[in-house]
Ligand binder design. Structure first.
Ligand SMILES: [Zn+2]
Length: 349
């Protein structure tokens, strides 16, 4: 299995994030992807290849032009306001529902604090010096992988960083700026294929859901921690089934705190059955590895061997699969977990 990877992700290296009332060391940092890359090489999963460049219109097929422009300008505007040695850009106020103002109008204002608050949904997603370069390159990585799949590869891995599944059309947050998996799905649709997205990250893929919620051409299914106790808190419930044309094309399978492999596999089998019923040409797996029992920001109980079982189970899809790297914060285990999924998928497919 080919892995698409670019060292440009190293440019996004924020020092801190604000969470739980504290300024904490950032957890979505370069070591994550590097640990995975090294493990894939050691386990001989397949060649690691650089991406080719894709034009901006592939992003604009999914994202609001204002968000994209903001992300390209944010760091410069932030340092212009707060000086060359400014810390990372994190919003401190938001346009709330009790303010009688047009939110989009606020975004057109020049003030960096107003723009930041109107595009960001959380304080854990800092913008630093190299953030945009890494975010933009991740799009090249995921689209290069999607193109390889379209050209006949049976499975490919996009080692994207930063992750993407919490980014919606016009809001960034949850460590995500642009939605890599959604951009790949939209590109595959343009290429004449019918993709489905299966999100196995610990957290609900709210951005991906929101992007395709009213569409029937991209089925979205997410297995995740119940939002009653987990981020993103406001979305990801079982009764969210899609809207309009998208009615019936969104499937959420929230899981309880402490979910182990037996419980997880039950939901995964159900998800695979639902995807087969839809009958896509290709499946995009948003591969978050924060379901691991030692993940510091999550609460499920999957063990390292369970990821071998996960890869084998995903082979039951009998479809070409584009794996896209999402979350996972137990740095010392990430490499093994990713290699386990990809190796067993490859062996069973
Ligand atoms: Zn996650």
């Amino acid at each position: 299995m080919k892995t698409f990877y670019s060292p440009v992700h190293l440019d996004h290296d924020p020092e801190v994030q604000f969470e739980g009332g504290q300024l904490l060391p950032a957890v979505e940092i370069p070591v994550r992807a590097e640990k995975v890359r090294v493990a894939l090489q050691a386990r001989h999963i397949g060649p690691i290849v650089p991406p080719t460049a894709f034009a901006d219109d592939t992003i604009l097929a999914v994202h609001d032009a204002g968000l994209v422009t903001f992300l390209t300008e944010a760091w410069e505007a932030w340092t212009k306001r707060y000086g060359k040695n400014a810390g990372v850009a994190i919003p401190s106020s938001w346009p709330s529902h009790d303010m009688h103002a047009d939110r989009l109008g606020w975004r057109r204002k020049a003030d960096i604090e107003a723009r930041l608050g109107s595009y960001a949904s959380s304080t854990d997603t800092p913008i630093a010096r190299g953030t945009w370069a890494a975010v933009r390159e991740a799009v090249n990585v995921v689209l290069s992988a999607a193109a390889a799949l379209k050209d006949g590869e049976k499975s490919v891995f996009a080692l994207t960083r930063p992750p993407g599944h919490h980014a919606s059309a016009d809001v960034f947050g949850g460590f995500c700026y642009l939605n890599n998996a959604a951009i790949a799905a939209a590109w595959l649709v343009q290429a004449g294929l019918k993709p489905a997205i299966l999100d196995v990250d610990y957290h609900h893929g709210n951005g991906t859901q929101s992007i395709f919620y009213q569409r029937s051409d991209v089925f979205f299914c997410s297995l995740h921690a119940d939002p009653n106790f987990a981020y993103p808190h406001y979305i990801g419930f079982a009764d969210e089934r899609g809207e309009g044309d998208g009615e019936g094309f969104n499937l959420n399978l929230p899981l309880p705190l402490g979910t182990d492999w037996a419980r997880y596999d039950e939901a995964l089998k159900f998800a695979i059955g639902a995807i087969k019923h839809i009958g896509p040409d290709v499946v995009i797996v948003s591969l978050g590895l924060d379901t691991y029992f030692e993940d510091p920001i999550a609460g499920m109980k999957l063990k390292a061997d369970d990821y071998l079982k996960m890869g084998a189970r995903l082979a039951d899809l009998h479809k070409p699969v584009l794996f896209v790297f999402e979350g996972g914060y137990c740095f010392d285990a990430l490499g093994e977990l990713a290699a386990n999924v990809l190796e067993s998928f490859q062996g069973a497919a």
